[in-house]
Design a protein around this ligand. Structure first.
Ligand code: SF4
Length: 293
């Protein structure tokens, strides 16, 4: 297999076949991220992609789900993406879903009819690191889009019937901003149809702009209890039927909930953590995180 550079896939893609189509990120400007800082965006030559597919076919001829690598392979235009997607179908005839990371910016270059065609070819399951739906927070994180863009671009995915997942990041709004971020994000997300929302919590790593901003006193991180309260507010305000997974390593207390059914239970569980745990103990957990891998 031709894996070059950093290969990063979400937990929920652990049973998918991982196939390199791109490496790196086309953007590299989010202030909290240092994942692909020294890795220029690269598209795998189709010959290389095909060799990897041959190898997968030898071991997993009945593979049903393939995850394409890179921070945002969906940045490829419809015309560039199409031959790769069709090649997956050539080799893995039982493959039903071809998933990948995508940014809101990457959907803009595609018309709804193109999205529909991609869906018909098997593209389904876009992981979108929205991080927030609050304009102030999106600007602070330098995500390169605003809440209106999230609404417009994900409505196109809804129209095309492509399933997508959001990532939300607690703590990203900084100290005092968590409840505003959660309320505004919940309101926006409730106008869309993310199949699930995965929640991470901001951890400042050296090499990121936010880390430097904190050192200069320009960014004050939210406390740990504020982040858990933020998650409670997000859960309380989401008005859609969706799964919420806040169980990655960056969350002090791992929790999952199917909303709205498990809303009250999840909020009570989080309250018990707020009431029974020391802020210092939580901070210690955060400072022990050396990476999110
Ligand atoms: S968060 Fe995603 S889009 Fe932003 S710089 Fe990192 S990899 Fe690129």
């Amino acid at each position: 297999m031709h894996f070059t550079g950093r290969t990063w896939r979400p937990n929920y893609e652990s049973v998918s076949c991982i196939l390199q189509i791109t490496s790196g990120c086309t953007y590299r400007k989010c202030r909290f991220c240092n994942l692909y800082q020294n890795e220029p965006f690269r598209l795998s030559p189709i010959s290389e992609f095909e060799e990897d597919l041959k190898e997968i076919k030898n071991y997993q001829p009945n593979a049903r789900r393939v995850f394409l690598t890179g921070a945002n392979p969906f940045a490829l235009s419809y015309e560039r993406l199409k031959p790769y997607i069709l090649t997956v179908r050539d080799y893995l005839i039982k493959c039903q879903n071809i998933s990948m990371f995508a940014s809101i910016r990457d959907i803009k270059n595609k018309e709804v009819w193109q999205l529909r065609k991609l869906k018909a070819m098997g593209v389904n399951g876009l992981s979108i690191g929205t991080e927030s739906g609050d304009d102030e927070t999106l600007l602070l994180a330098n995500k390169g889009y605003a809440s209106q863009d999230i609404l417009e671009q994900c409505s196109k995915l809804d129209e095309a019937g492509i399933e997508y997942y959001f990532v939300y990041m607690t703590g990203l709004a900084g100290k005092g901003g968590g409840s505003r971020n959660a309320e505004n994000s919940a309101e926006l997300f409730s106008r869309l149809n993310p199949y699930f929302i995965s929640v991470d919590s901001l951890t400042l790593f050296p090499g990121t702009e936010l880390f430097e901003m904190e050192r200069r006193g320009e960014f004050i991180p939210a406390g740990e209890k504020e982040r858990i309260r933020e998650l409670q507010i997000l859960i309380e305000n989401l008005q859609i039927r969706t799964h919420l997974f806040a169980d990655s390593k960056s969350n002090f207390y791992p929790i999952t909930a199917y909303l709205p059914k498990e809303r009250d239970f999840a909020v009570r569980q989080l309250q018990a953590v707020i009431d029974s745990t020391d802020e210092a103990q939580m901070e210690q957990y955060r400072s022990s995180l050396k990476s999110l891998e």
